[in-house]
Design a binder for this molecule. Structure first.
Ligand SMILES: Cc1cc2nc3c(=O)[nH]c(=O)nc-3n(C[C@H](O)[C@H](O)[C@H](O)COP(=O)(O)OP(=O)(O)OC[C@H]3O[C@@H](n4cnc5c(N)ncnc54)[C@H](O)[C@@H]3O)c2cc1C
Length: 449
C-alpha cells in the first residue's frame, strides 16, 4: 500500500517552506522537542496542526487530560503554517446551492451555523489564550470573474440571506470599484461575514504554546512510522527516536495523511496542492493604479479559483491551484503561472517583484464534506480531516469537538454532514487522474462568459 500519493518533494518533514509566514514568525518559539525513548499518556495526537493542537489545548485546559501531540515536522510544518490565513466560512467542496441539493436545507443550515461558531471560536481563543495572530480585516469577498458568474453570485446572495440566514451583501461592478479595487476581471461581488484574516503560523505556534501552558506535551520532528495496538489495548506509536504509548489516539494529519499507518484511513482523502506567492510591499502608486482600498479577504468566482489579500505590511498575497504531481519542476511552473495570472488581473503591477513562493496540501473527501468521528472498529481511535481548503476555523472547531467527545465521554452534537468517515475513493490509485480530469473540466467551464 502506497503511503502517500504525491512526489517525495511534498513530504520533506525536515525542511520548512520558504514562506512569508516562516520569515515573519521567528519571534515565537514553540516549547516542543523530539520524542526520545518511551513515553506514555492518555491521549496521543498524531499531527500538530490546528486540528491536533486545538484538540490538545481543549483536552488539557477543559478536561485536565494527559495529552501529547506528535508531529513529523516542526510545529506548523503542515498546512496550518502555510495557508493564506483566511478565517472564514467554508469547509465543503461545493457551493451553497449545491450543498442544499445534496443534503437538504436543514442539514445545510445546521452546518453553516457550526461554521459561524468555528470562526468565533478562533477569535475567542485568540482573546482567551492571548494569541498574537495579527487579526486583520472583517469580511470575505467573492468577486465575479464574468457577467455569468455575477448572476450566480446574485443567486448565492439570495440563498444566503433568505434560506440560510447568513449575513451577505451584494455589490455591482461600479459599487465594487468605488469601495474595494479595480481589476481587468471584476463584474461585481458578494461579501460574507463572519470572516477575518490572520497570520497562520503565529496562530499555530500560539496554539501549541497555549496547549503546553495548559499541561499538554508537544513533540516535533517525530514522524510516526508504525502504529500498532497491543493485546492490553494500548496504542504504540513508534518513531525513529522512541515509542509513544496511549489509551486513545486522535489522527489529525489531513492532507498529509500517511495511508499505510491504519487500513481504515486508506483512500479516504484526495489531497490537492495549493500554492501561494507574496509580492514586495505595494507602493502608494501601485495601490492608486488599481484603486486598492480594502483589507478584506478575497477570492474570485472561478471553479479553479484564486484567493488574495493585502497583508498588514502592504505586501500582496496571491494563491491558487498547484501542480498535480508535486515534483519540483511542476512546483516552479505553478509559481510562474500564479505570477502571470496576478499580473493579468492587475496589469499595472507588471513590474512588481515576488519575494516568497511556497505550496502545500489541502484535503478533499469523497463526500465533499469534512469528516470527523470515532472508528466503529476501534472506539479508542478518533479522527478529523477534509476541510476543502478551509481549515483555519474548521480544523480548530473539529479539534474542540474531538476534545469534548473524549473529555465528556459523549459524542457532541455534530452537523449530520460531518459525521463519520467519508467514503473511500473507488479505484484509489487513480485519484490524481480524477483530479486532472476535474481541473480540466473546471478550467473549461471557467472560460464561459
Ligand atoms: C496553500 C494553502 C492555502 C490555504 N489557505 C487557507 C485559508 O486561507 N484559510 C483556511 O481556512 N484554510 C486554508 N488552507 C487549509 C488549511 O491550512 C488546512 O485545512 C488546515 O491547516 C488543516 O489543519 P490540520 O491540523 O488538520 O492539518 P495540517 O496543518 O496539515 O497538519 C497535519 C500534520 O500532520 C503531520 N504528519 C503527517 N504524517 C505524520 C506522521 N506519520 N507522524 C507525525 N505527524 C505526521 C504533518 O507533519 C503536519 O504538520 C490552506 C492550505 C494550503 C496548503
Amino acid at each position: 500500500m502506497k503511503n502517500r500519493i504525491y512526489d517525495e518533494n511534498l513530504y520533506r518533514f525536515d525542511t520548512p517552506q520558504p514562506s512569508y509566514w516562516e520569515a515573519t514568525a521567528t519571534d515565537i518559539a514553540v516549547d516542543a522537542r523530539p520524542l526520545q525513548g518511551d513515553a506514555s499518556c492518555d491521549v496521543a495526537i498524531i499531527g500538530g496542526g490546528y486540528t491536533g493542537l486545538s484538540a490538545a489545548l481543549h483536552l488539557a485546559r477543559d478536561y485536565d487530560v494527559d495529552v501529547r501531540v506528535i508531529d513529523a515536522g516542526h510545529i506548523g510544518w503542515g498546512a496550518s503554517g502555510r495557508n493564506a490565513g483566511f478565517c472564514c466560512m467554508g469547509g465543503v467542496g461545493v457551493q451553497r446551492r449545491d450543498l442544499i441539493k445534496m443534503v437538504g436545507i436543514d442539514n445545510t443550515r445546521e452546518y453553516y451555523r457550526s461554521q459561524m461558531d468555528a470562526v468565533e471560536l478562533v477569535r475567542s481563543l485568540g482573546d482567551s489564550e492571548g494569541l498574537d495572530f495579527q487579526g486583520h480585516g472583517s469580511a470575505e469577498l467573492e468577486v465575479a470573474h464574468t457577467p455569468r458568474a455575477f448572476a450566480r453570485l446574485v443567486e448565492d446572495h439570495d440563498i444566503s440571506t433568505q434560506q440560510l440566514e447568513l449575513p451577505s451583501e451584494l455589490f455591482t461592478a461600479d459599487e465594487f470599484r468605488e469601495r474595494f479595487y479595480d481589476s481587468s476581471e471584476q463584474y461585481g461581488a458578494v461579501m460574507s461575514r463572519p470572516a477575518f484574516g490572520l497570520h497562520p503560523l503565529r496562530y499555530c505556534r500560539g496554539l501549541a504554546n497555549a496547549a503546553v501552558r495548559r499541561g499538554a506535551v508537544v513533540h516535533e520532528h517525530s514522524e510516526v512510522l508504525s502504529w500498532r495496538k497491543s493485546d492490553d489495548g494500548i496504542h504504540q506509536l513508534a518513531t525513529a527516536g522512541g515509542t509513544l504509548k496511549a489509551r486513545k489516539v486522535i489522527f489529525s494529519t489531513n492532507g498529509f495523511l500517511p495511508e499505510g499507518l491504519r487500513p481504515e484511513f486508506y483512500a479516504r482523502t484526495l489531497p490537492v496542492i495549493s500554492a501561494i506567492i507574496v509580492t514586495k510591499p505595494l507602493t502608494e502608486s501601485n495601490r492608486l493604479a488599481h484603486s486598492w482600498l480594502t483589507e478584506q479577504l478575497a477570492f474570485n468566482s472561478r471553479r479553479v479559483m484564486n484567493y488574495f489579500r493585502l497583508l498588514p505590511d502592504g505586501r500582496f498575497l496571491f494563491g491558487g491551484r498547484g501542480h498535480t504531481t508535486g515534483h519540483r519542476e511542476g512546483e516552479l511552473a505553478t509559481y510562474e503561472r500564479l505570477e502571470t495570472t496576478l499580473k493579468s488581473l492587475w496589469p499595472s503591477w507588471s513590474k512588481l517583484e515576488i519575494d516568497y513562493r511556497w505550496h502545500g496540501l489541502i484535503c478533499m473527501t469523497g463526500s465533499m464534506c469534512p469528516s470527523l468521528g470515532r472508528l466503529d472498529e476501534d472506539e479508542s481511535v478518533y479522527f478529523g480531516y477534509g476541510y476543502h481548503g478551509n481549515g483555519v476555523n474548521t480544523a480548530t472547531w473539529t479539534g474542540k469537538q474531538l476534545a469534548d467527545w473524549i473529555g465528556t465521554g459523549n459524542s457532541p452534537e455534530l452537523p449530520e454532514i460531518v459525521k463519520g468517515l467519508a467514503r473511500r475513493f473507488p479505484l484509489a490509485g487513480l485519484r490524481l487522474k480524477y483530479l486532472q480530469l476535474g481541473i480540466g473540466l473546471s478550467l473549461w467551464l471557467d472560460r464561459r462568459r
